[in-house]
Design a protein around this ligand. Structure first.
Ligand code: BMA
Length: 818
């Protein structure tokens, strides 16, 4: 008898006001159901966030009936299996309480066979208010435990095991959502429960790898030992099968793989995947395995201590971004959206994603995609920016939660590191209570963190546990916001502390796991949430969609340091994205030029969970901000970057691949008309995993010709063109020419290209099509002598693109040019 689910349409009603009823599709959330039934306005539009706060202040119930036939009841036991239940829930079957849930990150399984009857059955899920439970728990704590004031709009979320940003964040809408976000499964059990299958790899040089699979099963009292069928399928489709006799407990079986195909992070090799299938008593578990060795090198050195991910013996330059939940309404977190976003991460040459601790342990589809795409995962445990209780009951619950999550995820080859939390060590220094009694709160921190470490090290000895992000190392409670010598750092001196972009040059991080700069969304995205009257950065709607109190002022003030002030709203949006790209480019390029000292760059943040002004490089609509196009260049395996040390202007060329690469091109000094002042050929074989200076110029020579032009490098590395541009001053002081950029859209055999030409050099050239799809490049330097042909991917026609195409470039942002 096989498993089935209770997914689909249920009936939702408010227990606070029973006249409010609507259908709800599960897996899904209450807000999405009310929105679909027109009971609430779209929370993402205008200032509607304020109109929907009542939803979180109601208790809800979800019911449905389902049919049970006599054949099902022949099963000895029938389990109800649930996960991602958000959060305070009671489950009744035919009027009898079967289960209480109180942790969104736990997995629940209960035999409901005694409650079922032949024919129609009823199931009811009661969802109680999270805010009231959080407050009640806080009142029971032995001493105050500060919550994420400033990010959360509803207090005491730190007492609940629920996605912490549900009650708002500095980029997040406050919706206090509830519901069930994973399939509601019913599993008949005749003889045995197949709880889980976990694997371990034993390497014997390059020639052989043994996969040890541990099958965890539970036999019913009456059952005899059971036969499990196990099959391993290689990436080429070669199958090896066996059967094993299984008892209650753990049964180990081994497969010897000769000449194993190794799994690599993106940019270092392929991602061959082996499939392991285990079936027992009608239950099947399928795993996707990647054979690889992964360690984290934190050994001490002259500068401090390394922070280097090493895969299959090769040091990796980790490049990527931080991930927040895909959508503020969990019902909208679809596999298609996961795929699109993660493919976009890979398309920008990323190889690591950090699952940030204020969100959730991601869905299986996320990790499967990361395995396929070669995106390493830095996995935070779900604690963020607040302090957390260390009471026995909280610790017991968390111990169970982490055990289950580590068991669920540890077989993914993409999973690179378990990290205890986001910024919780730092948070000890933020709140009045913990500031004046630091020892007490450090001990409180360590009690919980120690349990996290114990669980991770017991359950997954193959991986490193890292206490917190940021963290300077084992039991180091120092300032990882500023100490760049060891561990990972979060560098926020530019955005949060208002320093100029040069501050990125003042540190040499070993691994920067967070640094970010905000921009406003593009005009096409703004149009999806703001009426025309609100197209103004200080309008109520625009301010509602900015959750970092000083955010809009920071963006605007920074304009005055680097740029001439833009002429209108559309140009302000455009310029904010140039500015953001420039910030993250400045940092990333400089730190890459510090390789091998620096081995990781993860900017804050990849995505948005609703349409908002934020640090993201991809808007909620899926549109790439200019930053994402820059990331594709500054994270490319080969990078050419100008480094100005005050005395010399140098060209560093960095190669992250572990093989030599031939590079050839030239550095050219152009004047503002695009005429060559001077040019130098550059040619070299780039070292494996190297970082070389290939050209340099005395700064005095440039000073003598101040403002006369700019430097540009073009190189071809193994067929790929890389380029970069350097200016001798901030943009506002440069005599940028009033370039006229023209676009010609052509459809040739179904491929749409947009060719851009210009009469004078143009910078940060950004074509913006107000429809679906995107171009393969943007935000680049365009020269009169070399037109650029961009390829469009999407469904629009050439005519549509021509009629809805806006071309932006830097000089045009402050000078109307026709
Ligand atoms: C970081 C993160 C988030 C936050 C971001 C921007 O420190 O960990 O908490 O959203 O800063 O302020």
């Amino acid at each position: 008898m096989s498993q089935f689910n209770l997914d689909g349409v249920w009936q939702l009603s408010s227990l606070t006001n029973p006249s409010i009823t609507a259908p709800i599709t599960l897996p899904g959330d209450v807000h999405s159901a009310l929105l679909a039934a027109d009971i609430i306005p779209d929370p993402y539009l205008g200032c509607n966030e304020n109109q929907v706060q009542w939803v979180g202040e109601h208790d809800w119930q979800m019911t449905r009936s389902f049919n049970v036939d006599a054949a099902l009841l022949e099963a000895e036991q029938i389990d109800l299996i649930l996960s991602m239940v958000d959060t305070m829930a009671k489950i009744d079957v035919n009027g009898v309480t079967a289960l209480h849930c109180s942790n969104m990150f736990r997995h629940y399984r209960r035999d409901i066979r005694p409650l079922l009857r032949e024919g129609e059955n009823h199931i009811r899920v009661t969802l109680n208010r999270a805010d009231i439970e959080a407050k009640a728990r806080a009142e029971r704590l032995p001493f105050p435990v500060p919550w994420a004031v400033g990010n959360n709009q509803i207090p005491h979320m730190n007492t609940l095991r629920k996605t912490q940003c549900h009650s708002g964040w500095d980029w997040g809408i406050c919706l206090l959502v509830s519901g069930i976000y994973d399939s509601i499964r019913i599993q008949p059990v005749s003889n045995a429960r197949l709880h889980e299958v976990r694997t371990r790899q034993e390497w014997h040089g390059d020639e052989q790898c043994t996969i040890v699979a541990s099958i965890h099963a539970e036999l019913l009292d009456s059952a005899l030992p059971q036969a499990a069928a196990i099959e391993l399928v290689s990436p080429d489709g070669e199958r090896k099968s066996m059967t094993a006799e299984v008892n209650s407990g753990t049964t180990n079986v081994s497969f010897i793989v000769q000449n194993p195909q190794r799994w690599w992070p993106a940019g270092y090799g392929d991602q061959p995947l082996y499939r392991l299938n285990v079936s027992l008593d009608g239950q099947v578990i399928e795993k996707q395995l990647g054979l690889r060795e992964l360690t984290v090198d934190t050994s001490e050195d002259d500068a401090g201590a390394a922070m280097t991910f090493v895969v299959n013996g090769k040091a990796v330059m980790a490049k990527g971004a931080n991930w927040i939940p895909l959508d503020a309404m969990p019902g909208k977190q679809t596999p298609e959206c996961y795929r699109r976003l993660l493919e976009d991460a890979k398309a920008a040459n990323m190889n690591m994603i950090r699952v940030w601790g204020g969100g959730m342990y991601e869905r299986d589809v996320f990790y499967r995609l990361c395995d396929e795409l070669g995106l390493l995962v830095w996995q935070d445990l779900m604690f963020s920016c607040a302090l957390y209780p260390s009471t026995p009951e909280f610790i017991d619950d968390v111990r169970q939660e982490i055990t289950e999550q580590v068991r669920r995820l540890s077989d993914h080859p993409s999973l690179a590191l378990w990290c205890g939390d986001n910024e919780v060590i730092g948070a000890i220094g933020w709140y009045p209570e913990s500031k004046i009694n630091r020892e007490k709160y450090v001990v409180n921190y360590d009690r919980l963190n120690r349990v996290l470490q114990e669980v991770v090290e017991t359950e997954d000895p193959s991986r490193r546990f890292w206490a917190s992000s940021p963290c300077n190392g084992e039991l180091d409670f120092g300032d990882a916001w500023h100490d760049d010598n060891k561990g990972d750092m979060h560098f926020w001196d530019v955005w949060h502390s208002g320093k100029s972009f040069d501050a990125y040059h003042s540190i040499k991080p070993r691994f920067c796991s967070e640094f970010g700069y905000q921009s406003w969304p593009s005009l096409p995205t703004v149009k999806t949430f703001a009426e025309k009257d609100d197209w103004n950065v200080t309008s109520p709607t625009f301010e509602q969609h900015q959750k970092n109190g000083r955010g809009n002022s920071i963006i605007t003030e920074m304009f005055t340091r680097y740029f001439r002030f833009p002429v209108d709203f559309a140009q302000m949006l455009y310029l904010s994205q140039v500015q953001q790209a420039l910030a993250i480019k400045t940092a990333s390029e400089y730190w890459r030029a510090n390789k091998p000292l620096c081995r990781g760059i993860l900017y804050w943040q990849l995505n948005d969970c609703w349409p908002v002004s934020s640090w993201s490089s991809i808007e909620y609509t899926g549109r790439w901000k200019q930053l994402h196009y820059h990331a594709k260049r500054f994270f490319a395996p080969q990078l050419a970057v100008f480094i100005d040390d005050g005395e010399t202007l140098k060209l560093n060329v960095i190669n992250d691949e572990h093989r030599k690469v031939d590079a050839k091109g030239q550095v050219t000094w152009y004047d503002w008309q695009g005429e060559v002042i001077d040019t130098w050929p550059v040619e070299a074989t780039l070292d494996e995993d190297g970082n070389q200076v290939l050209w340099q110029c005395d700064r005095n020579v440039i000073v003598e010709h101040k403002h006369e032009g700019f430097f540009h490098v073009d190189m071809v590395c193994d067929g790929q063109t890389i380029s970069n541009t350097w200016f001798d001053d901030v943009y506002k002081r440069l005599p940028l020419p009033k370039a006229n950029v023209e676009a010609h859209v052509v459809d040739k055999d179904g491929t749409i290209t947009v060719t851009l030409t210009t009469d004078k050099p143009a910078f940060f050239v950004h074509p913006e099509f107000e429809g679906e799809g995107r171009f393969n490049d943007s935000s680049f330097t365009l020269m009169p002598c070399s037109p650029v042909s961009l390829i469009y991917t999407g469904d629009a026609s050439a005519e549509e693109i021509s009629s809805k195409l806006s071309i932006y470039h830097l000089a045009k942002s402050y000078t109307p040019i026709h």
